[in-house]
Design a protein around this ligand. Structure first.
Ligand code: FCB
Length: 440
């Protein structure tokens, strides 16, 4: 790597991130069914109809994986807690095996000197709650508050930091408007409701965790740089609207207690009754804000109903996701989030990384592309730090190759290679490079 730990502020936290459904193996340990299981079982939704029943079998390989985390010399491990593992029916009686699993995970991290950073929801909604309308149903905020108490009542005393929801845009827009993720809806009314209720659930969970005496609580949003595809005023307007419902909507709700006017032009008629009165809960103060950043999109106007725009392919080098590599966007968002929304709160890059078709060659996995990617994005972080943006940490997505949602197992984001036949883990060159850069 081009950097070492001492090139960053003393208290800067380096980490690796994963999520429950993507690695644990939901067939194990008494977890209940989730909307990702039924989404994946429906033809056409997921590449080769792959699902998370086994995933990386992290559930049964916990110690080995914890050793890998510690071996990377990181300070923090960002993981998520599966709602359906803790409460198989979404509500009611907890699954003792599920609670025990997260208890072992947290203790295993602490025993290895790694700080546990928990995300309460990284997308595997219990099927029983999906049956009740899932994120479309306002009651989900209270259900989520109860889940928060069930899991954090058990592990909250040892959690270093926690955030309720991973990426509200994905929960709302990607899953209810574009239909690319479970529950696979393409409906603007469902979208407006999900986008609002996910923030209401966020605030409710923050309140629940404060009630348990927890601190260091945050919000994690994914941001994508909206680049006008050409110099026309139409492309500029289209990009601005994309930026609105993707990036500004959630940050504005949490930090400004309102939604952007341009987004309300489209979503307003479909919002749930009384939404204007919910900002007291939504804006419950947080201690930090996390940004997940991967790429930019090139936006162009199209005919048709709101938001009347689309994406065109851009000229920059791309990852295996087809995503352009654009580290300037990370710098831009760190600065803008600080200046316009969080004004001094610590910012964390809670996810950043790339997919590549990495393979094992003679026992090693050369991934110089990933080392370059991490270098260029860490240099964007340094640029923001040099300009006074309080960036407090950076977490690589992901510790290991895993279930990349609708794209199945073929998009490899890991620092550690996983052979999905044998489940053997092989640290890639980027893992060794990061471990060397972070050695104390
Ligand atoms: C993020 C998700 C994470 C993973 C990466 C590639 O949006 O949080 O689960 O899919 O993208």
């Amino acid at each position: 790597m081009d950097f070492k730990r001492s090139d960053f502020p003393e208290a800067f936290q380096f980490g690796v991130a994963t999520s429950s459904y993507q690695i644990e193996g939901h067939a194990f340990g008494g977890a209940g069914p989730t909307h990702w299981d039924s989404f994946a079982a429906t033809p056409g939704n997921v590449v080769r109809a792959e699902h998370g029943q086994t995933a990386c079998n992290h559930y049964n390989r916990l110690d080995e994986d914890l050793d890998l985390i510690a071996g990377a010399n990181v300070d923090v491990y960002r993981f998520s807690t599966s709602w359906a593992r803790v409460l198989p029916e979404g509500r009611g009686t907890p699954n003792p095996e599920g609670l025990d699993f997260y208890d072992r995970l947290v203790d295993g991290l602490l025993a290895r000197g790694v700080k546990p950073a928990a995300t309460l929801y990284h997308w595997e909604l219990p099927s029983a709650l999906a049956d009740l309308g899932g994120w479309r149903n306002r009651d989900i905020a209270a259900w989520f508050g109860d889940f928060t108490e069930a899991i954090m009542g058990r592990i909250g005393d040892r959690i270093w930091s926690a955030a309720p929801i991973n990426e509200p845009w994905c929960v709302g827009w990607l899953s209810h408007f574009l239909g690319h993720h479970a529950p696979g809806l393409r409906d603007i009314r469902a979208t407006a409701r999900a986008m609002h209720h996910v923030l209401l659930a966020h605030g409710t969970a923050i309140q629940a965790m404060r009630g348990l005496g927890m601190g260091n609580l945050g919000a994690v949003c994914n941001l994508e740089y909206a680049n006008p595809a050409d110099p026309s005023p139409g492309a500029a307007a289209a990009a601005r609207l994309y930026d609105g419902y993707y990036n500004r909507f959630f940050l504005s709700g949490i930090f400004h207690k309102r939604y952007p006017e341009d987004v309300l032009e489209g979503l307003g008629p479909h919002m749930p009754k009384g939404w204007e009165d919910d900002f007291g809960v939504i804006s419950e103060p947080v201690d930090w804000c996390g940004l997940n950043y991967y790429t930019r999109k090139n936006i162009t106007p199209t005919d048709g109903p709101w938001p009347a725009h689309g994406e065109v392919e851009g000229p920059l080098p791309k990852t295996a996701m087809g995503w352009e590599i654009y580290p300037e966007g990370l710098y831009y968002f760190l600065k803008r989030t600080h200046e316009e929304y969080t004004r001094g709160l610590p910012l964390y890059v809670t996810e950043n990384g790339m997919a590549a078709p990495d393979g094992v060659i003679d026992g090693a996995v050369p991934d110089p592309h990933r080392i370059d990617f991490l270098n260029s994005h860490l240099s964007a972080v340094q640029r923001a730090l040099a300009e006074g943006v309080p960036v407090a940490g950076y977490y690589v997505w992901s510790l290991m190759d895993n279930y990349e949602w609708a794209l199945g197992y073929e998009k490899r984001f890991g620092l550690v290679h996983v052979d999905f036949e044998t489940l053997k883990r092989t640290p890639k060159a980027s893992y060794h490079a990061l471990a060397a850069a972070l050695a104390r």
